[in-house]
Design a protein around this ligand. Structure first.
Ligand code: SF4
Length: 319
């Protein structure tokens, strides 16, 4: 049975120990697709409230958003404290429960390069100063990163492991328009290539089951993402969360979610065409609470993984 090359394999081979990602949510960050800079309302599938702006101990930060035009950030100290509190709590648990020895700090919610440079620098530097941290992974949009930030990350990458996670979703502009993505595919390609030129590690997020996309389109997205030189990939099925624009389309019968059979078929084909050394960080996604509207198969992650492995086994592969 051939093991699909995972991000865990990549980290273990490189650091010879268990390395875990520590997911961090910093209050005050937002998204240009939500705050009106690019658009309002965000991507049609994004339940903006699910990206809680108040996490950890920093309840006092609830409701504030960074002023992107100002170098001054009166909340920076609180954000740094919040970062430290979250890192300590999560890394401690990962060490105890899973034997994690080293950590990659993952700035995951909202758009983590969408803030004044001085704020970003302070947060990234702080995260890298924690014990046993080997690097950063920064989730962002391709229209929200500057050359200045990219150069700084490239500089950090000389001594640490720096990843940028870009939402690619689809290479079809008509699809990106339908989901109100707020940027086109050329923009994603441009910033992925720039990041690669500067030696940074790139993870691409892909979504299968976007409105009106057929199998060929989804596979074309995988193919192009691999050609752009991504180092790692996360595959997601598009599921419908309540209180979103996509939920309205689903209720009106305008949008039909992808079936599990079709998702498995596309996932397997994408995995088979993937260059061997592109590591896989995620093969599916879902949400097991009352916010999930459809499809029901996206509720239980364990069953999803079981079915993915059952399909992969027939091809001599395992995840
Ligand atoms: S880019 Fe991310 S945070 Fe922003 S609206 Fe889309 S899904 Fe939501």
């Amino acid at each position: 049975m051939e093991q699909i090359y995972t991000f865990g394999n990549y980290l273990h081979n490189k650091y010879a120990c268990k390395v875990y990602k520590v997911g961090i949510n910093i209050s005050g960050f937002t998204c240009p697709n939500i705050d009106g800079t690019v658009a309002k309302g965000g991507c049609t599938f994004c339940e903006n409230d699910s990206f809680s702006a108040s996490t950890g101990q920093a309840q006092s930060l609830k409701g504030f958003h960074l002023n992107l035009k100002s170098k001054e950030n009166p909340y920076l100290q609180k954000q740094l404290e919040q970062l430290e509190l979250q890192f300590n709590a999560i890394s401690k648990r990962q060490a105890k429960e899973y034997g994690a020895k080293k950590f990659l700090v993952y700035f995951q919610s909202f758009t983590n390069t969408y803030a004044p440079f001085e704020t970003l620098k302070a947060l990234y530097d702080k995260a890298l100063s924690f014990p046993d941290v080997i690097g950063l992974s920064i989730g962002t949009r391709s229209d929200s990163i500057t050359e200045e930030t990219l150069d700084y990350l490239a500089c950090l990458n000389k001594n640490k492991e720096i990843w940028i996670e870009f939402g690619i979703q689809s290479v079809y502009d008509e699809t990106l328009e339908k989901i109100n993505r707020g940027h086109n595919s050329a923009n994603v390609k441009e910033w992925i290539l720039k990041s690669k030129e500067k030696g940074l590690n790139v993870c691409g997020h892909l979504i299968f089951g976007l409105p009106d996309e057929n199998k060929d389109m989804m596979l074309e997205t995988s193919k192009q993402a691999y050609e752009w030189g991504i180092d790692s990939v996360k595959y997601h099925p598009l599921y419908v969360v309540k209180k979103t624009a996509l939920a309205n389309d689903f209720i009106k019968g305008v949008f039909t979610p992808i079936s599990e059979e079709e998702y498995l078929d596309i996932l397997v084909k994408s995995l088979k065409m993937k260059p061997k050394m592109v590591s896989v960080q995620r093969v599916t996604a879902g949400i097991n609470d009352s916010s999930l509207l459809a499809p029901e198969w996206c509720r239980d992650k364990n069953i999803q993984i079981k079915n993915i492995n059952k399909t992969l086994k027939q091809l001599g592969l395992k995840y």
